[in-house]
Design a protein around this ligand. Structure first.
Ligand code: ATP
Length: 333
């Protein structure tokens, strides 16, 4: 197992800083998810940990040791990519034992390791198959198994589920959480998908434009976002945000925090509006409510309003967030 630390790390491409003066501690044994919009620098961080693309300045420490001069293969990390990086002409067994053969591990030990690891990821019945005959999820498991045979102290995963369909992705999320529990190894997982981040992470590191916006467990980011960016990136649909006059302060509330009614509700914020759209999601209904100055998305358990119907939209004081002109959340909210 291993902890990872970035100390004042800057990474520049063509004199342009994509990561600037970044400090970050990734805890030993935790499932840490780096999340943020495309181009914010997530993959760049992962590649610096792996040593594939070193930092321009600052230090990267693994288990307290500066690894700047340590080659990628010697860092005890294994990387799993979205395109799997498995060999199409080799069987599943050959793919998994490839790294072991390279490291001159004997045949008996290789067989033992391949069997124990393929059992862990549920591939023991597929060892003689070629990757082309496997499903996307099974191929992803081969990629995981290939990383696992190296017994790394850190798993680095770059959008490993992005090639899978929605159902399989949901299943693999659960499998990865279970795998992490079983192995107890440090996982650093990159995604732009906030649902993946929310469902898998012990700690989310939320990034934007090369800067960390917030580093916290999923429920903390959801309940106490540091700023407007965090408030709107985490949560589907995103937090509703409105202007509070001319003083620069904005208010926000989650789509599930508002109550729609036919008569005014006795709550802190209450306004009149009209249902503009109605979307049945199954157990919930999503309404778009247009008020004089805003358009809000509201998630309701009951499906009792129609398009064009006039409603009152109310939010209790405890469910409101406020953001200053600098977009940071005001502490009393
Ligand atoms: P995505 O979710 O799209 O993969 P990301 O958050 O992983 O995005 P990075 O791949 O880390 O983003 O890229 C961060 C920034 O660095 C981007 O603006 C990208 O264009 C730039 N960048 C990355 N690699 C290089 C490179 N080799 N040369 C020049 N610029 C690069």
């Amino acid at each position: 197992m291993a902890s990872i630390e970035f100390v004042k790390v800057t990474k520049s491409f063509d004199k342009h800083d994509v990561i600037k003066d970044l400090d970050l501690k990734i805890e030993d044994g935790k499932f840490t998810v780096l999340v943020g919009p495309s181009g914010c620098g997530k993959t760049t961080l992962l590649r610096m940990i792996a040593g594939i693309d070193p930092q321009t300045s600052g230090s990267v420490l693994i288990n307290g040791k500066d690894v700047t001069r340590i080659a990628p293969g010697q860092r005890g990390v294994a990387m799993v990519f979205q395109n799997y990086a498995i060999y199409p002409t080799m069987s599943v067994r050959e793919n998994i034992e490839f790294g072991l053969k390279n490291n001159k591990v004997g045949k008996e030990e290789r067989t033992r390791l391949v069997e124990s690891i393929s059992a862990t990821v549920g591939l023991n019945n597929y060892l003689d198959r070629k990757p082309s005959t496997l499903s996307g999820g099974q191929r992803q498991r081969v990629a995981l198994a290939r990383a696992m045979v190296k017994k790394p102290s850190v798993f680095l995963m770059d959008e490993p589920l992005s090639n899978l369909d929605a159902k399989l992705r949901a299943q693999m999320r659960i499998e990865l959480i279970e795998l992490h529990k079983k192995l107890g190894t440090t996982f650093v997982y990159v995604t732009h998908d906030q649902v993946e981040a929310m469902s898998m992470a012990d700690t989310i590191v939320l990034m934007n434009q090369g800067l960390i916006q917030q580093e916290a467990p999923p429920d903390v980011i959801y309940r106490q976002p540091n700023n407007l960016f965090a408030a709107q990136f985490i949560g589907v649909p995103p937090m509703n945000v409105g202007e509070l006059g001319t003083n620069g302060v904005k208010f926000g509330f989650r789509p599930e925090s508002a109550v729609l009614s036919l008569t005014p509700a006795d709550v802190h914020y209450c306004t009149r509006g009209v249902i503009a759209t109605r979307e049945m999601l199954g157990s919930e209904t999503l309404y778009q409510v247009k008020t004089g100055s805003h358009s809000f998305m509201i998630k309701c358990i009951e499906d009792r309003f129609n398009v064009d119907q006039e409603v009152y939209l109310g939010v209790e004081a405890s469910k409101l967030f406020f953001f200053g002109a600098d977009e940071n959340r005001l502490q009393e909210s």
